[in-house]
Write a protein that binds this ligand. Structure first.
Ligand code: ADP
Length: 174
């Protein structure tokens, strides 16, 4: 029987518990899930592709049927190269829908053999985003409820310890 492989693409700058929850739930549906780190999205990034892959690899270590890879170019092309015929995305608030819908229909045009499924976020992660993690950390807040220890360590290394009064968040981080 052929394996059902799904690709979960995103920037993951950095990974947080909302992403991990989606990957975990996808891993329970599909035989194999490839978390695909888009190397250079059209938005400013804090972490390099290698750093994002390294954090995700640690964060997904408890999921035996999940692997992490980075890619460039068209998502559908990368999915096909990996034997995946399904793209997994997460939906948080209603404002995500329009974007996800547009992306799913575009990918449908580019790769009719590849379908997109969206999993609804878990209640507690509905307002969690990578930008929020960076913003809260840079302002001196505790992000340990939002993201795993490997990311907290990486944020500390990259941005240094934040004081209680917080610091200005350069817009490049968001
Ligand atoms: P993008 O791919 O748009 O750069 P991200 O890398 O932040 O966005 O997220 C990758 C995928 O994970 C997207 O489908 C996004 O909607 C989803 N996602 C992000 N945060 C959450 C969350 N808190 N709950 C569920 N899904 C989420």
């Amino acid at each position: 029987m052929t394996q059902k492989i799904a690709l979960y693409p995103g920037s993951f700058d950095p990974v947080h518990y909302g992403h991990i929850d989606i990957a975990q739930r996808a891993a329970a549906i599909f035989d194999h899930v490839i978390v695909a780190v888009y190397e250079s999205p059209k938005k400013p990034l804090l972490f390099s592709p290698q750093e994002r892959v390294a954090m995700l690899t640690v964060a997904m270590a408890h999921l035996p049927n999940v692997t992490v890879r980075s890619y460039r170019g068209l998502t559908v092309k990368f999915a096909r190269s990996q034997g995946a015929h399904v793209l997994v995305r997460g939906l948080r608030v209603i404002s995500d829908f329009e974007m996800e819908y547009q992306m799913a229909l575009t990918n449908q045009q580019l790769g009719p053999d590849i379908d997109t499924i969206c999993l609804m976020t878990r209640y507690e992660y509905a307002f969690l985003s990578a930008s929020l993690v960076k913003e809260v950390f840079a302002a001196g807040g505790d992000v340990s409820q939002m993201t795993p220890p490997v990311v907290v360590e990486a944020l500390l290394k990259k941005l240094g310890p934040r004081n209680a009064n917080g610091v200005e968040v350069p817009s490049i981080m968001l």
